[in-house]
Design a protein. Structure first.
Length: 215
């Protein structure tokens, strides 16, 4: 199992952290999925008798271009050894962005990270309710998700499935990031990411707990 000590979450508002660093209860309804990944990384490090840190560089309304231009360099400057990325859904639903063009730009950022020895986890696009999203725009997110799998194979990154989450919600036009997750969506995505990373965590009564196995 990898021994991560410096985790950074990149993306838009869906990946922003909300936790109080002193709160180790795991079950706060306000926590984001990246809060749960960070606490998993930190808790497993403590089992090894080591220190780890997780924080978010994500920002509201961030685009793929901003992630690559601003967030990736900041992650490298911070010495990150693990990065998660969730980006693109709102951009594809709201604008005229082309999935292949966005994917090429994002791939340049992933390439930069992996070349520096950073482990990267790509989250697929979110899939909001079909009744309120025009089919042509939903197809864009599906195409971008397919591109993400290709990027992951090329650059030895991991992928976590956000597409199948049923808790994706759509905000009105003009309200910033159009797509967000409810409490259950954040919990499920955090759990999926922890499992993809192979961290020795289990859920008991809905609350993840670190396990000494594999630590």
């Amino acid at each position: 199992m990898a021994r991560w000590g410096n985790y950074r979450a990149l993306g838009d508002s869906v990946s922003m952290m909300r936790r109080d660093a002193s709160d180790l209860t795991f079950d706060s309804p306000t926590w984001s999925w990246t809060d749960r990944v960070a606490l998993a990384v930190e808790s497993v490090a403590r089992l090894r008798g080591e220190a780890a840190q997780g924080c978010s560089l994500a920002s509201p309304g961030a685009t793929v271009e901003q992630l690559v231009h601003d967030q990736v360099p900041r992650a490298l400057e911070a010495g990150a050894d693990l990065v998660t990325i969730l980006i693109g859904t709102s951009e594809l639903l709201d604008g005229s962005a082309r999935p292949a063009s966005l994917a090429r730009r994002l791939e340049s950022g992933v390439r930069t990270l992996t070349a520096a020895g950073v482990d990267v986890v790509l989250a697929t696009c979110l899939n909001p309710p079909t009744a309120i999203v025009p089919r042509r725009r939903r197809v864009r997110t599906a195409e971008f998700t397919a591109e993400l799998w290709s990027i992951a194979r090329t650059h030895d990154a991991s992928v976590v499935d956000a597409w199948s989450l049923r808790d994706a919600r759509l905000r009105p036009l003009g309200s910033g990031d159009r797509v967000h997750l409810g409490e259950e969506g954040h919990r499920q995505l955090g759990t999926r990411a922890v499992h993809v990373l192979g961290l020795p965590f289990v859920e008991l009564g809905g609350r993840p707990r670190a396990s000494a196995a594999g630590g």
